[in-house]
Design a protein around this ligand. Structure first.
Ligand SMILES: *Cc1c(COP(=O)(O)O)cnc(C)c1O
Length: 383
């Protein structure tokens, strides 16, 4: 019944964890869930107010424009100038997205012919590879290894693969490893893209979720990046807006136009009231972001205490709300043990790709008190 693109999807690796989780819950055991990367705190009130006001305006009830309201694209461009020091033309270099995921999923349709290669990080956000497969492309997995600070080794990509590649996905600050990129890595990517005629998509969903004074750069700040790439941006994690479905793509105008062409034929844009809420988020006060980052820092530090109890020495991540902990043996087995013995859910790294084996991911989406409870349980575990 199903098409090959559905049949060829990798097996759902979390199925056994999901089942175990349901069974533990059925037993009445209190489960502390560090599994899902979805902020637990509410959207800041000034953004909700902007939506409420906008939704009363009948002009917002109609089909939105495909590329997004100019006022929204202008707000995105203004934010980029202020925050990233990158100048963008809102008419041609900014495109509204129904979340970054939507941009990731649709971009391969614009640039891959059947059999073309897309370079994707492993471990990585799964949609880079599935979006590629859905476009009849072939994902080539670039291992992110701790010895390379979880940056792909571009020299290790075989020459013929590089030549066949049309697209490259990168993502820093990174999900799931929480690694950050250096300016020199972004320069390497630009050179590599020039040499091999590759479109670069930098997924910058976590640029604002940073700690200890770290500031995440934009790929577009790199010299020559505007010639080869785009950056995807999301309001989901920054403003606790995962359910609202709003983001944007910025960068090279021809690449933006290509993604726009695909979108014109698939969706009809983001609800304009949500775009107006997005304007309030991007151009309003940013102290909500700083406040949330302070909370994530406390949660991170609390969790690291517990991981130490388990014998896991993790360097405190400077960005994202993930802790990527190296473990001994199978990540699936380790996650199962945590769940069955301590009622704690962590995501097995292998679910993000082969090179994620040997790690588990904790999402910092529980209040400190719950994390302390998890730490208490960890201290009683013998692993
Ligand atoms: C959460 C996440 C997204 C999805 O963002 P939306 O804007 O909610 O679609 C995209 N990329 C990465 C790496 C993510 O972790």
């Amino acid at each position: 019944m199903y098409a090959d693109r559905i049949n060829s999807l990798p097996p759902y690796l979390f199925a056994s964890i999901d089942k175990a989780k349901a069974e533990i819950r059925k037993k009445g055991i209190d489960v502390i869930d560090f599994g899902v990367g979805d902020p637990d705190m509410p959207t800041p009130p000034h953004i909700i107010e902007a939506l409420k006001k906008s939704v009363d305006n009948p002009a917002r009830h109609r089909y939105p424009s495909y590329v997004g309201m100019l006022s929204y694209r202008q707000a995105a461009a203004d934010w980029y100038r202020k925050r990233m020091n990158v100048d963008l033309n809102p008419e041609e270099e900014v495109l509204a997205l129904i979340g970054s995921k939507e941009g990731v999923a649709h971009t391969p349709l614009a640039f891959l012919n059947p059999g073309d290669v897309a370079l994707v990080p492993d471990p990585g956000y799964p949609v880079y590879a599935t979006g590629t497969t859905f476009a009849s492309g072939v994902p080539y997995r670039m291992p992110l290894l701790s010895e390379n600070d979880f940056l792909p080794d571009l020299d290790a990509i075989p020459e013929d693969t590089a030549r066949k590649a049309k697209l490259m996905f990168i993502n820093y600050p990174n999900n799931p490893t929480s690694a950050t990129a250096t300016a020199s890595f972004f320069e390497e990517v630009v050179d590599f893209a020039h040499e091999n005629d590759i479109v670069v998509v930098h997924d910058n969903a976590y640029s604002e979720m940073t700690f200890d004074g770290y500031e995440a750069p934009s790929f577009l700040e790199t010299k020559g990046a505007m010639d080869v790439g785009v950056e995807l941006h999301s309001l989901s994690k920054t403003y606790n807006m995962t359910g609202w479905r709003i983001g944007f793509a910025v960068g090279n105008r021809d690449i933006i136009a290509g993604i726009g062409k695909v979108k014109t034929n698939i969706d009809s844009g983001a609800f304009e009231a949500v775009q107006e809420a997005g304007i309030a988020a991007l151009s309003g006060p940013q102290d909500c972001v700083r406040d949330m980052n302070r909370i994530y820092t406390k949660r991170r530090d609390a969790l690291l205490v517990g991981l130490k109890e388990l014998g896991l020495d993790v360097t405190p991540p400077e960005a994202t709300f993930y802790v990527w902990a190296g473990i001994e043996g199978s990540s699936l087995e380790f996650s199962k043990l945590l769940l069955e013995k301590a009622g704690i859910v962590a995501t097995p790294g292998v679910g993000f790709g082969e090179s994620g084996e040997g790690y588990v991911r904790f999402a910092l989406t529980n209040p400190v008190e719950r994390i302390n409870e998890a730490v208490e349980r960890m201290s009683k575990l013998n692993v």
